[in-house]
Design a binder for this molecule. Structure first.
Ligand code: SAM
Length: 265
């Protein structure tokens, strides 16, 4: 959402500070719902943003550990560089790999947490349920899996952006993304895999100046590489979306937090 390429920072230093403050409160919203996690071994699955990693490390404290697993080697490398300059209480390990095949033994973690993974999950030939089962398989019996993601329960400009991303992925690589859906779809998924499932839909969180950041992003290289017919259609959609952002701002979707326990055996 906020990590497309842009030539130079479109925000003034004051705007950047407000933007980052809002991103921190957005990440805190889900992390706070985890409750007490001091001393736990935590797997942060499907992400490597320093923001979430820092939040988890601070909450896990000196007696805990944080491992982040992300498919995107470039994001992992960027975070590794930033981590060198950051002093965090719980030690952090960054791993590049796939949640469908997590490179950890059984019972390696007390808690698996993800924020924004599922809508970007490529479910071509494998299901989101399979990914959740694989994540549950590395948690000790009685431990928790908690995930957070966008849902479509209130209209938002970002939902159109996510749909466009999913169509672009399909057109460029044939990859079918799980995408953003109704809360019940993710809740049902967790109920099939975990026990004692609880969930909460959180109201959309505005992020100040996000529209400027999104509008400054360059056209994705994958769009330029598409055959002209489909490329033109998606480029027109992208243009219309950018007009909508200019007039309405970059309104945000609600999020769903859902968690459950890993069954013994
Ligand atoms: C919307 S971003 C998540 C943002 C998140 N809050 C963070 O900390 O980066 C989705 C992330 O999921 C990762 N991802 C997508 N599919 C994955 C998979 N099969 N295994 C591991 N990571 C995956 C992407 O590389 C991307 O970093």
């Amino acid at each position: 959402m906020t990590e497309g390429l842009y030539r130079q920072d479109p925000l003034t230093p004051e705007e950047r500070e407000e933007f980052e403050d809002d991103l921190i409160s957005f990440s805190d919203q889900g992390l706070d719902l985890l409750g007490e996690i001091r001393g736990l071994d935590v797997l942060y699955a499907g992400g490597s943003s320093l923001l979430w990693i820092e939040g988890l490390s601070q909450r896990a404290g000196e007696g805990g550990t944080v491992t982040a697993l992300d498919l995107d080697q470039t994001r992992v490398d960027a975070t590794a560089e930033n981590l060198e300059r950051t002093d965090l209480p719980a030690p952090v390990q960054l791993v590049s790999g796939n949640v469908f095949d997590p490179p950890f033994g059984p019972d390696a973690f007390d808690l698996v947490y993800s924020a924004g993974l599922f809508h970007e999950l490529d479910v071509t030939g494998r299901s989101a349920e399979e990914a959740l089962r694989m994540l549950a398989s590395v948690v000790r019996p009685g431990g928790r899996v908690a995930t957070e993601d966008f849902v479509n329960s209130v209209p938002a400009v970002q939902l159109e952006d996510e749909r466009l991303d999913a169509e672009l992925a399909l057109a460029s690589s044939g990859g079918e993304l799980f995408g953003v859906g109704a809360p019940g779809r993710l809740v049902g998924l967790h109920e099939r895999v975990l026990s004692g499932v609880g969930w909460r839909v959180c109201a959309p969180r505005a992020i100040r100046h996000l529209e400027k950041v999104v509008l400054a992003e360059e056209e994705p290289a994958t769009l330029a590489a598409l055959p002209s017919g489909i490329g033109e259609r998606l480029r027109e959609r992208r243009g219309a979306l950018r007009e909508r952002i200019r007039s309405e701002g970059y309104t945000r979707p609600a999020t769903l937090y859902v968690e459950g326990r890993v069954r013994a055996g």
